[in-house]
Design a protein around this ligand. Structure first.
Ligand SMILES: [Zn+2]
Length: 107
């Protein structure tokens, strides 16, 4: 199911997702970029590399420049590094956000 709202907090380099069940998640642009589910990014992430996108500091990493709805299916993020092939189905996005939040909570 789609979130009720997506708010772009550009100053914090993060997007805020509010869901119908009351859940609220804030995801840094970097979390989204580094978990892009497109085939190219999946292939890149399968290769351990010193300069992988996960290692880019959030403040200097790519930002989200556009948020495009993909019907009822999900959302497509356009990133400032020119990458625009990542379509995030809602269920995938929700799971990613819940993992991202819990990862931050245990740090
Ligand atoms: Zn990608």
């Amino acid at each position: 199911m789609a979130p009720e709202s997506i708010v772009d907090h550009r100053a914090r380099a993060a997007l805020e997702f509010r869901w119908a069940d009351g859940a609220l998640h804030v995801a840094g642009y970097q979390l989204l970029r580094s978990n892009c589910p497109c085939a190219d990014c999946k292939a890149l992430r399968a290769i351990p590399r010193a300069d992988s996108v996960e290692d880019v500091h959030p403040a200097t990493g790519p930002s989200v420049t556009n948020i495009l709805p993909v019907g009822a299916y999900g959302v497509q993020f356009v990133f400032s590094d020119g990458h625009d092939r990542g379509i995030f189905p809602w269920a995938f996005l929700r799971e990613l956000l819940e993992r991202g939040v819990s990862l931050r909570a245990v740090q």
